[in-house]
Ligand binder design. Sequence first.
Ligand SMILES: NC(=O)c1ccc[n+]([C@@H]2O[C@H](COP(=O)([O-])OP(=O)(O)OC[C@H]3O[C@@H](n4cnc5c(N)ncnc54)[C@H](OP(=O)(O)O)[C@@H]3O)[C@@H](O)[C@H]2O)c1
Length: 248
Amino acid sequence: MKKAVVITGASSGIGAATAIHFGKNGYFVYLMGRNKDRLAEVAVQCRAGASLMSCDLTDVAALNKRIAEILATNIHRVEVLVNNAGIFDVHSTEQGTDELWQREFEVNLMSAVRLTRAFFPYFKQHGGGSIVNVSSSLGLKPTAATSAYSAMKAAMINYTQSNALEGGAFGIRANCVAPGIVDTPIHSFHALDEAMKAESVAKMGPMQPLGRIGTVDEIAKAIYFLGSNDSSWTTGAVLPIDGGITIS
Ligand SMILES: NC(=O)c1ccc[n+]([C@@H]2O[C@H](COP(=O)([O-])OP(=O)(O)OC[C@H]3O[C@@H](n4cnc5c(N)ncnc54)[C@H](OP(=O)(O)O)[C@@H]3O)[C@@H](O)[C@H]2O)c1
């Protein structure tokens, strides 16, 4: 059976780059996201083939239907699950409404919980598997006005380590990346016109000891490392990929 990877948030940014990177390395890719057009654009760049699994991850019935379709496959053996989808709300403590917290919880944490719960028995049955969760440098060290996001990303780290402890005996590894500032549509600066964006990116550079923000490929390569057998003796790890911002 051909090896496969399931990636959430594969229609954009880090998830799209990760899908393409796994594809280059011979993985069939199950692409999850809401935007079908963008998923289709990513699919054509996945060299080893891809399947579009569009759904809103907060729609539990739709998600379960997609999970069942993937688990029923007998052409591919899913070896890796990448929980990458996320949203980023900036708000003060006082502006943090229940609705806003609930949305962060559902997209940034519960989507990973539901997928992991579904894939654990599959991985056990197939002699192992690898889970990579996308946290954030803010999950290690929060900033002001990101409380809901930072709390979910911190929970993601803790959740990953629980899964690593439970999964070890079954050959299931669980690891986490903690990216710093990466140029993707999740940030408002991404959509600025060229000159304004360059100015904004230049201002952010000195926040990192390495003097610049990151690229999606730099995160994709680390996710690939943790997902693939290249990291066969690594579990429960939290890898900051952040130009050093977390230690600054
Ligand atoms: N960029 C950074 O600086 C940075 C730093 C640290 C961590 N991260 C984390 O990296 C991950 C990827 O973010 P990104 O920067 O690549 O942002 P992005 O380009 O905005 O991508 C976010 C992805 O999440 C998907 N998504 C959001 N809500 C969804 C929902 N309800 N149902 C299904 N899919 C949903 C989007 O799919 P659709 O658009 O198709 O709905 C999209 O593919 C996130 O977890 C983010 O928190 C990013």
